[in-house]
Design a protein around this ligand. Structure first.
Ligand SMILES: Cc1cc2nc3c(=O)[nH]c(=O)nc-3n(C[C@H](O)[C@H](O)[C@H](O)COP(=O)(O)OP(=O)(O)OC[C@H]3O[C@@H](n4cnc5c(N)ncnc54)[C@H](O)[C@@H]3O)c2cc1C
Length: 457
């Protein structure tokens, strides 16, 4: 008899449509599920506060789902390459399976681990589970990767369609004496002193069962309004699935096929396409969170950072109604509607003239759906430095955006009501003047790029 199989779970905290788990079950040996909290491997970005909160609860839910089916979840902390090897040794495992990750440092860890385990005679296999199309399969006619969304998504749609989701296992032959697990409580993922998570608890129920319920509920009703009202933050017309996809409580394959089975699609599936585009971009450009995708933006003359302005933005005290409402929604509930994310981000970069990386960091810390691809990808999109980016010179006017997308003021009334009950508040910067300063700074970038092109040699 050979040893048990380890399933190393990462951003795939689910039982249904989990190819690594399925492979372990099909192998016929006992199964050990492992989660490693890795805050030490080189280049791995420590999770933000809201993400840690979500992770705690999602792991709790996963452990209980596994228990009900006869298996347990082993928790360990430390650099993943070492920890997975040690766990495999402790368990005398003969196979380790996982679903693929696409970030640079994560791939380095996974490749090194695969080599080390195989050298010890352990079977290793990795599976496609977190994106609909593997990044190396989507190519332009010349074999390059895409930098513009529409041709990217059209190329995806010409590939064989995403596979059908795998069913959920009802029983798992767990290892009766699994290797020792750390206690989730000891990881300190939940905030205390102060406990700022009340708004998160009120809004969210992490875990696969709630994710499945939300998908069903969305497809049964809210999606009706999606095409018409998805840009209106008070309409409740979007799926709210982003944290579920971020943590892999649902696979994109499940969302894809259930949407089609419900007779829906179009605009909503195209949004999943943006998620794909962000992950593929990260795969090809691992420094997405720290470097401008378009290097000419390196010449952008950011003024010295004004911490007072950055703090006012964090706290939703900018004097601009839609921005303040969005930043407070974020702080209170770990989420912000997409349209408002665009407006708040544009305000930071183009009115406060603060480098997009400061905004990305704040979102990283406060969003429950913050992920290594979508967050920096969208920040660079707004800043104008990214793939298929909004041109820098298109500066959102936050007041016009509010008039258009929050015409009745319901969203502002909910999150920043003082904007409706007083005389209009004074923005912390003059919108017209700062817009002009941003455009001047941008002209500097285009001039530098032109000069560089014209330079001899
Ligand atoms: C500055 C900025 C930062 C962002 N950071 C993140 C982030 O860290 N994580 C994240 O998942 N999304 C991020 N987004 C994208 C988008 O705002 C959220 O995915 C969306 O608001 C989630 O709400 P929903 O699930 O109701 O979306 P829906 O409209 O219901 O869309 C369905 C799904 O499509 C995907 N999606 C939709 N729009 C985008 C997009 N622009 N980029 C990538 N995926 C998209 C999400 O997985 C989403 O759940 C960011 C957008 C901006 C402007």
């Amino acid at each position: 008899m050979s040893g048990p199989s380890i399933v190393w779970l990462r951003d795939d905290l689910r039982l249904a449509d989990n190819p690594a788990l399925r492979a372990a079950i099909d192998r016929g040996e006992r199964v050990i599920c492992l989660y490693v909290l890795d805050e030490e491997s080189a280049g791995i970005r420590p999770l933000g506060g809201a993400a840690r909160w979500w992770l705690h609860h999602s792991l709790e839910s996963l452990a209980s789902g596994l228990r009900e089916r006869g298996a347990s979840l082993v928790l360990r902390r430390g650099p993943a390459e070492r920890v997975v090897r040690e766990t495999a040794r402790d368990a005398a495992a003969s196979a380790v399976f996982w679903n693929r990750r696409y970030g640079g440092p994560e791939r380095t860890v996974d490749t090194a681990l695969k080599t080390a385990l195989r050298a010890n005679g352990v079977e290793v296999a990795s599976f496609a589970a977190s994106v609909l199309f593997e990044p190396w399969t989507v190519k332009t006619g010349t074999g390059a990767h895409f930098s513009v969304y529409t041709p990217f998504w059209n190329a995806c749609l010409r590939l064989p369609p995403p596979r059908h989701p795998l069913s959920e296992p009802h029983e798992i032959a767990g290892e009766p004496r699994p290797p020792a697990s750390e206690a989730l409580q000891d990881w300190g993922l939940l905030p205390h002193r102060p406990d700022w998570a009340a708004g998160l608890r009120e809004r969210w129920e992490p875990g696969e069962p709630a994710a499945r319920r939300r998908l069903r509920e969305f497809l049964a009703s809210d999606i009706e309004e999606y095409d018409r009202a998805r840009d209106e933050p008070a309409a409740g017309a979007t799926s709210l699935l982003s944290p579920r996809l971020r943590w892999g409580e649902l696979s994109p394959h499940t969302v894809w096929h259930e949407t089609i089975a419900a007779g829906r699609g179009g605009r909503f599936l195209a949004e999943l396409g943006w998620r794909e585009f962000a992950w593929h971009t990260l795969f090809h450009f691992p420094d997405l969170a720290s470097k401008n995708l378009r290097p000419q933006f390196d010449a952008f003359p950011w003024p010295p950072l004004r911490p007072d302005l950055l703090r006012a933005w964090h706290e939703g005290r900018t004097g601009v109604a839609l921005v303040d409402a969005g930043m407070r929604e974020l702080w209170s509930s770990g989420f912000m509607h997409n349209r408002v994310r665009m407006v708040a981000a544009s305000f930071l970069v183009k009115n406060l003239l603060i480098d997009w990386r400061h905004g990305e960091e704040w979102f990283w810390d406060t969003l429950v759906d913050a992920d290594a691809a979508s967050n920096p990808f969208n920040w660079q999109w707004v800043a104008g430095s990214g793939a298929d980016a909004a041109p820098y010179f298109r500066v959102f006017n936050p007041d016009l955006q509010a008039k258009k997308f929050d015409a009745g003021g319901r969203y502002v009334a909910k999150w920043a009501p003082e904007h409706l009950s007083h005389e209009p508040l004074e923005p912390i910067v003059n919108l017209a003047e700062t817009r002009r300063a941003a455009l001047d700074a941008y002209a500097h970038v285009t001039r530098s790029a032109r000069n560089a092109k014209d330079a001899p040699g």
